[in-house]
Design a protein around this ligand. Structure first.
Ligand code: EPU
Length: 357
């Protein structure tokens, strides 16, 4: 088992923050994890699972043992009356996987094209874009318990998916109240493979303003999956920064949900607030709009900045490969200042989307 010491993590996080892993092991299959758990030094040592690094903010060197997931492979493993079941290794790049499904004739993931990161991170975050969330196409996943080395499989209900949320984001440590069971699998499970159920009778998921605009431009009423894929790539390239050029982790905050009464109160003060009524009657607000309304677009703290074209995205204005990059401290100072001003003006506490390490 090769343990790399003091390894720079700047290439392995899409914010390109400068930080080191005290120790890092590359995981190619479950045997690598089991081998590690058999080594007395590492068996009980705290561990941190790293995928594509597209959803973490590193605020310093990482002391737990970093498990860098590099499990590969993608194949059709079965089918039901309604769906093709495709299995993919957690270390595969998400966007390349989506492109592969289309090339193979399996449709349904095209609205989530160009989301940065790996397949293994996709259920953790329940990634989503343009009306499709991972949970809509999810079948099951295989994972390994980092305490016992046991393999297990979870279905969608067991993953407890929510908006950018799952069982993998919640602590595995039982809290102090006696009798309470650990509720989550954070730092406990390493996802090995994910299976997707991709519909045989595919229909395009439409209804987003940006997609409607593309349909009008191309005078197209019923796009193919490939067209949707291409349009989503164009839309994202036009308004989101490419992490290889300008470090970022996508949306930095979740879009908050409020009660209809809270929304009325905000509308009375700011009639232009962008909001969407959800099926259960609650109202989702556009966090990007709230941040923008507080005047944050284009502002910076050190090398950490608010992206000019989308206030929901924080960026590294410094280098992606050198020492002059934004620090995790600068990013979090900026994030906290944004949270404070949105709270003071709208009474809403924005929740961060990435995991802060
Ligand atoms: N807006 C502003 N100013 C801004 C940014 C946005 O006024 O600076 C307004 C826009 O004009 C629009 C509204 O806010 O009316 C929503 O903006 P947008 O359509 O860009 O979508 P979003 O709500 O900001 C969400 C997801 C994205 C996903 C898109 C498309 C979250 C936190 N973000 O963004 O996901 O790609 O919808 O479905 O749910 C991610 O999670 O990392 C991510 C990029």
């Amino acid at each position: 088992m090769l343990v790399e010491k003091n390894l720079p993590l700047q290439p392995f996080n899409t914010f390109h923050i400068v930080a080191k892993a005290h120790a890092l092991v590359r995981i190619h299959d479950e045997a690598d994890v089991q081998g590690l758990l058999n080594e007395p030094v590492w068996a009980t040592f705290p561990k941190f699972v790293l995928g594509g690094g597209s959803n973490v903010v590193l605020t310093g060197d990482v002391k737990p043992l970093v498990l860098k997931v590099e499990i590969k492979g993608r194949k059709l493993v079965g089918e039901t009356a309604k769906a093709f079941i495709v299995e993919v290794g957690a270390g595969e790049n998400w966007h390349e996987f989506v492109a592969w499904t289309l090339a193979e004739g399996y449709f349904g993931l095209e609205n989530m094209a160009l989301i940065p990161g790996t397949v293994g991170a996709s259920p953790v975050q329940n990634i989503g874009a343009y009306g499709v969330e991972l949970q809509d196409r999810f079948d099951s996943l295989d994972a390994i318990d980092l305490h016992t080395g046991k393999l297990f499989t979870l279905n969608a209900a067991q993953c407890a998916f929510g908006y950018r949320d799952s069982v993998f984001k919640h602590s595995s440590v039982a809290n102090e109240y006696e009798g309470q069971k650990p509720i989550g699998l954070k730092d406990r499970a390493l996802i090995l493979r994910v299976r997707f159920a991709l519909p045989k009778l595919w229909k395009p998921v439409l209804g987003y303003a940006d997609i409607d605009k593309k349909m009008a431009e191309h005078a197209c009423l019923k796009p193919t999956a490939q067209q949707l894929f291409d349009w989503v790539c164009e839309i994202r390239r036009a308004k989101l920064p490419n992490p290889d050029v300008m470090g970022n982790v996508g949306s930095f905050f979740k879009n908050p949900t409020v009660t209809p009464e809270q929304c009325e109160d905000i509308i009375a003060r700011d009639p232009k607030v962008v909001h969407y009524v959800l099926a259960d009657g609650s109202v989702k607000l556009a966090a990007g709009w709230l941040i923008d309304a507080c005047g944050w677009r284009g502002k910076s703290v050190g090398q950490a900045g608010v992206f000019e074209k989308q206030a929901l995205v924080l960026v590294n204005r410094g280098s992606v490969s050198g020492p002059d990059a934004a620090t995790g401290g600068e990013v979090m100072t900026l994030a906290k200042a944004i949270q404070t001003s949105v709270y003071e003006r709208f009474g809403i506490l924005l929740e961060t989307e990435p995991v802060v390490v």
